[in-house]
Write a protein that binds this ligand. Structure first.
Ligand code: GLY
Length: 557
């Protein structure tokens, strides 16, 4: 180990019980993780310290989160992984897909109205999970340590249990109360009600499922015992996923969006994510306005972000969907000339009329994210989801894992908003075997061949805003990783009209000025950034202080 210099900085965040550890080493060969919880951070760092690469660490983190971060970590959901391996960009799509029996109008009642819960709750809300296939594919292509070694930490945590953090216990009890209040059937309480703060919580059924995955790889989920349990659970509970749907699921390697911006290379998520196109559009349309460097989080800056955001979300609603089913004009939507033209339509002093913002071309939220850099400078940005907190709210009995409610990310009916208020058209309508549009935006920014930033966040459509502002905060406003993760952010997604959602912490005078301009302010926090940046002193990593994340930078090896 080439350990040269270690400085340990413990930042104790006020108002929360969590500690962020940052260890900075001014030399190459450092390893860094920024994770949504301590269990995943420690397990991923142990893999890196043992000589594993960033992909090995990501596989371990993903399975650990399925145990210790049940509100979003998963084997019953899906996600996206953006990679920079030996300087080569790559992208893995392990998004869920609609079951073969799904159809366009499956969530409409006889009057043609969208049923309020069916796409969000229960077995019918689930797409075919992609996570295990995704991790298996990642391992086949890039893994260096044995698969069983990488899955084992999750098996141990499920079998022996872990001490439940207060943050998780609070989320579980609030979720239980909500399910009970709404009178929705769920077996969630049978599995999670005893996960109280500081108790040791074990998950024996999940441990057995993870052992099958550990021993049989992909087949331990999509074939044999686990597949049999899932398909019979579906049959008994009104779900659509069959054994054939599971057997035919494939994670897909896709070409990431790679975009040059202010001397950096932004590598980000292509469709079926809307997020990569959106972040590139947002950064591109902001670029002319950054020349005068508006004061960070001033009313002028927030107004510009909002005006650009409206245009980004107008395009999202019209053009984005699964590229295996619809033509998505990625190139045209991210063309510098197109972005410059859209940007020039922004009035820096007044709000544009929402109804006039047409698509421009040719005329508890949840989810979770982690970022990793290994000693060789390889980077992984991974965002994974079961959609809302605790997904569909039901556990596959006998297999012990929560199902996703990702079908709500389709547009159940053109023009009707989904849970996140996102409106979609025909490009994102339900079809058998199609992947629902996502906002997940795991993103890596390179300077030359070196990692400058690895970033991502949960939060449905707000992911796009969180990721965009993390890029601006670090690479334009020169913030440290922690400052960038914690700086108050804003979100504007065209609808609701003239509404800016924002974190607490903006100046009162800024808020007053925004209201004077005509904005309605919606003070609800969003996102949970986990990012790694490169500084002249070495890697700098941070997790947003409001969550239960942990970031670690280890010495050069
Ligand atoms: N389920 C949230 C997303 O994929 O955007």
């Amino acid at each position: 180990m080439r350990s040269i210099f270690i400085a340990v900085l413990i930042l104790v965040c006020t108002g929360c019980a969590r500690q962020i550890e940052t260890v900075t080493i001014p030399s190459a060969g450092q390893q860094a993780v920024a994770m949504p919880d301590t269990f995943s951070a420690d397990a991923a760092m142990a893999v890196l310290a043992e000589g594993g690469n960033a992909v090995d660490a990501a596989i371990t983190a993903q399975f650990v989160l399925a145990v210790t971060y049940p509100e979003a970590g998963n084997i019953g959901g899906g996600g996206f992984m953006t990679l920079s391996i030996n300087g080569q960009a790559d992208f893995l799509d392990y998004r869920e897909m609609a079951p073969g029996a799904a159809h366009r109008d499956m969530y409409l009642d006889e009057q043609g109205h969208v049923h309020p819960y069916e796409s969000l709750f229960g077995a019918k809300a689930s797409g075919v999970p992609g996570t295990v296939a995704g991790m298996w594919e990642a391992h086949q292509k890039y893994g260096s340590l044995p698969w069983s070694r990488l899955v084992q930490p999750a098996v141990d945590l499920a079998e022996q249990g872990f001490v439940v953090p207060e943050h998780l216990a609070g989320r579980i009890s609030r979720y239980l109360a909500r399910v009970q209040k709404q009178g929705l059937f769920s077996n969630f309480g049978d599995y999670f009600a005893h996960a109280t703060a500081n108790s040791v919580f074990s998950q024996p059924e999940l441990a057995e499922t993870l052992k099958r995955i550990r021993d049989q790889g992909r087949n331990g989920f999509y074939d044999g015992e686990t597949a049999r349990i899932i398909s019979s659970y579906m049959q008994q509970n009104g779900g659509l996923i069959t054994a054939q749907d599971l057997a035919s699921y494939e994670a897909k390697w896709r070409t990431p969006i790679t975009h040059t911006w202010r001397g950096y290379t932004v590598i980000t998520a292509p469709p079926p994510s809307s997020g990569g196109v959106a972040v590139v559009q947002w950064l591109g349309m902001m670029e002319p306005w950054l020349e005068s460097l508006p004061e960070h989080n001033s009313s002028q800056y927030i107004h510009l972000l909002s005006e650009v955001g409206k245009r980004v979300f107008a395009d999202r609603a019209e053009y984005l969907g699964d590229p295996d089913f619809v033509e998505v004009p990625v190139q045209a939507l991210t063309e510098p000339a197109y972005l410059a033209k859209r940007s020039s339509e922004v009035n820096p002093d007044a709000i544009s009329v929402t109804e006039d913002i047409a698509p421009g071309l040719y005329e508890s939220e949840d989810t979770t994210h982690f970022s990793i850099v290994d000693r060789w400078g390889n980077a992984v940005a991974n965002t994974t989801t079961i959609n809302l907190s605790f997904g569909a709210g039901v556990v596959v009995s006998g297999a012990g894992f929560l199902l996703n409610d990702e079908m709500d990310d389709f547009s159940a009916k053109a023009g009707v908003p989904n849970f996140f208020g996102a409106i979609g058209g025909t490009a994102n309508e339900i079809q058998p075997f199609k992947r629902m549009l996502s906002s997940m935006t795991p993103t890596i920014v390179l300077k030359g061949r070196d990692v400058a930033l690895v970033t991502g966040s949960p939060g449905g459509t707000t992911i796009i805003s969180s990721v965009t502002q993390s890029v601006l905060n670090t690479l334009v406003y020169d913030m440290t990783a922690q400052a960038a993760a914690d700086a108050p952010r804003v979100h504007h997604q065209l609808w609701p009209k003239d509404t800016i959602r924002h974190h607490s912490g903006l100046d009162a005078s800024t808020l007053e000025e925004l209201e004077r301009l005509g904005y309605t302010l919606d003070n609800r926090s969003f996102g949970d950034l986990h990012l790694i940046t490169a500084t002249v002193d070495g890697m700098d990593a941070a997790s947003q202080s409001s969550g239960r994340g942990k970031a670690i930078v280890n010495p050069a090896q």
